[in-house]
Design a protein around this ligand. Structure first.
Ligand code: SAM
Length: 307
């Protein structure tokens, strides 16, 4: 199978622009493969994700990988070849679950009474072709790093599969033969892919028109196109004075032009102080550059060379 047929992209091939165009999709379906579906109940039942589910912007099917086992003890893991501690997730239940589900319409789920005993026909030795344009994403600390560009890119797929690893990880053949993308939520290790899948799902859902009740909301957040990839500046609400600290006068001036300029400068300043690396990828106006220069940008070394 050609990588491009399945929406696969080479590792490290992240588009290096802040291409966060407004999303035009009206609905995304997520198939989530996990050994712990109950972990999703709380996060999917609250706030923005719940509202997106209720309003039909997203749909989610949780597939318990264990339901796709046929042995007496429903085993999904085994000891690693070559020794070493921990257990490794077996390939067969994952292949069986993903190949069965993705070859059916979005929304299909194995009926609870069919788990283990009445599974659709499947042959472990025969590769199954899968629909094109449906990324099969493994959550792994070894994947490409999730950031707003990756989130935006993923928000353009009407359907995607998320595979949550557990234990010491999964059998390598899941990566080499089934998965089309690998995503990490950061350079640290958590105990399973479920929390990472929730982070991905939440960040993608926010971008769908209507998800925030304010279509511009997500596009004015830090890292987004509306902010040219900058960090958002400080925000205030009532009261105007709290413990001796006043809301900046400009915000209560009612002068929209000055407020917009102040917000832009605060975003520039905050980015300069916290994430100066982002400025290199931002489209800066002459006024932005003049403002940043007054605040010590670009950084120079001791002989005045630009760092
Ligand atoms: N032994 C694996 C390694 O060193 O790469 C780590 C296994 S981790 C304990 C178990 C599972 O948690 C992984 O298979 C993956 O699904 C998930 N996971 C852990 N850290 C993650 C991260 N930073 N991003 C995404 N998924 C992660």
């Amino acid at each position: 199978m050609e990588p491009s047929e399945r929406g696969e992209r080479p590792a490290g091939a992240i588009d290096d622009t802040f291409d966060n165009q407004a999303n035009t999709l009206e609905h995304i379906h997520f198939d989530i493969f996990t050994l712990f579906p109950a972990m999703f109940v709380g996060p999917l039942g609250e706030s923005i994700v719940k509202r997106a589910l209720d309003n039909g912007l997203i749909s989610i099917c949780l597939h318990n990988i264990r339901d796709f086992t046929t042995d007496r003890h429903h085993i999904c893991d085994d000891t690693p070849y070559g020794g070493g501690g921990g257990m490794v997730m077996k390939p067969e239940p994952i292949f069986r679950a993903v190949e069965t589900v993705l070859n059916r319409q979005p929304g299909w789920q194995l009926a609870p009474e069919d788990a283990y005993v009445n599974l659709p026909e499947w042959n472990a030795g025969e590769p199954v072709s899968l629909p094109t344009g449906v990324p099969i994403i493994l959550l792994t600390p070894q994947g490409r790093r999730l950031n707003q560009q990756v989130v935006t890119e993923l928000s353009r797929y009407p359907r995607m599969a998320l595979i949550c690893g557990r234990y010491e990880g999964i059998d390598e053949r899941v990566r080499s033969q089934l998965v089309t993308d690998e995503i990490s939520i950061g350079d640290y290790v958590i105990s399973g892919g479920e929390l990472a899948a929730m982070v991905l799902l939440d960040s993608v859902t926010r971008l769908l028109p209507g998800a925030l009740g304010d279509d511009l909301g997500a596009h004015r957040d830090s890292y987004s196109l509306g902010l040219d990839g900058l960090l958002e500046g400080p925000q205030y609400t009532r009261p105007p004075s709290f413990r001796g600290e006043q809301v900046p006068q400009v915000l209560i001036s009612g002068h929209h032009g000055m407020i917009a300029r102040w917000r832009r400068e605060q975003a520039l300043l905050r980015t300069l102080l916290r994430r100066p690396d982002l400025l290199a990828r931002t489209t800066l106006t002459a006024a932005d550059e003049a403002f940043l220069r007054r605040h010590g940008w670009p950084p120079t070394d001791e002989v005045g060379r630009q760092k």
